[in-house]
Design a protein around this ligand. Structure first.
Ligand SMILES: [Zn+2]
Length: 268
């Protein structure tokens, strides 16, 4: 696994989780995650893509612009992978369809993009206020959407899961709440260390440990179902309690990601 940081921004800690400081500035990342399994290449999220400025101009509501920003430069996942000759990407799975995760989809027109049926519903409704996906990113008829279907049966406290490669190394679980079809993934790397990519269910792993949710006003803006999101946060906390060696990696958590390193380096 490798973390592809496509851009970053600085924000106030207090906007990220309740009880955070309103004067301390923290860095947030916009990352995609490369998972290589033999010759199979899977991309979890896409980060910011080559059309992000047009997408932002078209679809970011004016009132939200002061809160949701990114800093230049943007170095797209596609350009980083091409530079290192990593190809072909077999599938893209998105943690959810929000702008900062789906922006790079258009840079991979040849790749099938997977999301649960409940998230494909959000995507069908892009632009009409349900779920918050952006038409500029997800509505092109040329995107090869395909549904991601979980199988019933418990895995790490979740009641459904999908063992992507069939060997337990990459296991997807539903994290429905932040959006109706949010997804997380457990990844076991070559060293046998385990990571849990949790999308935007939590923004800072440090806050998770203390059970502190997102800052309430931010949660109100971004979480589709706050109650369900909090239930999923508790599920993640329980997983962490049972697995002391598991590292939770939120999509935007620069502190966690800095420690793991970035593409083209592999997470050890
Ligand atoms: Zn996000």
């Amino acid at each position: 696994m490798s973390i592809i940081r496509t851009a970053s921004s600085t924000t106030l800690e207090g906007l990220l989780f309740s009880g955070g400081s309103m004067t301390t500035k923290v860095k947030a990342n916009f990352s995609a995650f490369l998972i290589k399994h033999g010759e199979d290449i899977l991309l979890f999220d896409t980060g910011l893509g080559s059309h992000v400025s047009q997408q932002y101009e078209q679809d970011m509501p004016f009132w939200a612009r002061p809160l949701f920003k990114y800093d230049e430069p943007v170095v797209t996942a596609r350009s980083q992978l091409d530079k290192e000759g990593v190809s072909p990407v077999g599938n893209i799975i998105i943690s959810h369809s929000h702008w900062d995760h789906a922006s790079g989809i258009s840079d991979f027109p040849e790749v099938t993009v997977r999301a649960p049926a409940s998230e494909l519903e959000v995507i069908r409704h892009a632009g009409d206020g349900f779920g918050g996906a952006w038409p500029s990113q997800v509505s092109s008829p040329s995107i090869k959407w395909k549904s991601l279907d979980f199988k019933p049966g418990p895995y790490e406290g979740f009641d459904a899961s999908l063992d992507w490669f069939g060997d337990g190394s990459v296991v997807l679980v539903p994290l429905y709440g932040h959006t109706p079809g949010s997804v997380g993934v457990f990844v076991t790397v070559d060293s046998k260390r385990r990571y849990f990519l949790v999308g935007d269910t939590v923004w800072r792993a440090a806050a998770l440990k203390e059970g502190r949710p997102k800052f309430w006003a931010a949660s109100l803006l971004v979480d589709h179902d706050r109650e369900k999101t909090q239930q999923v946060v508790e599920q993640i906390r329980a997983v962490v309690k049972r697995n002391a060696d598991l590292t939770v990696v939120p999509s935007h958590d620069a502190a966690v990601q800095d420690a793991l390193g970035y593409f083209p380096d592999w997470v050890k």
